[in-house]
Design a protein. Sequence first.
Length: 131
Amino acid sequence: TELYTSAEPHYIGDRIDNSNTINTYTTSVYTPIEHEWLLSNTGSVPWIDRKMVFVNSNGVRVRANSNILSVPITLPGEQVSIKVQLDPRHFDCISECIWEMVDNQGNNCFPGSSHLFKVIVDSQFGPEFKS
């Protein structure tokens, strides 16, 4: 579990806890992975009209099935699961995918929190990954 403590949130009283401890994946260059964030609203602000945005999608080889993911309405004390498919597209490389939670005006709800939403995909050629 990783609590948001890096900087002041955009909204006073907003807090988040990421319960997923996996954010690094090693995979074949041919095999997409599915990442899941388990996010708890531990603050006092309801999450309404929020999205997860893949902010560096143009700077990495990995592609997501969507660069913008809707965050369901999440009241204080509730947990939400958000999933994304990430495809290495046959590239042998390490991609650090940075996501942000934004409101309906595009404001980063948790500035300085890229470590909470970062996903690293290490896609490799190699005998252990042959199908």
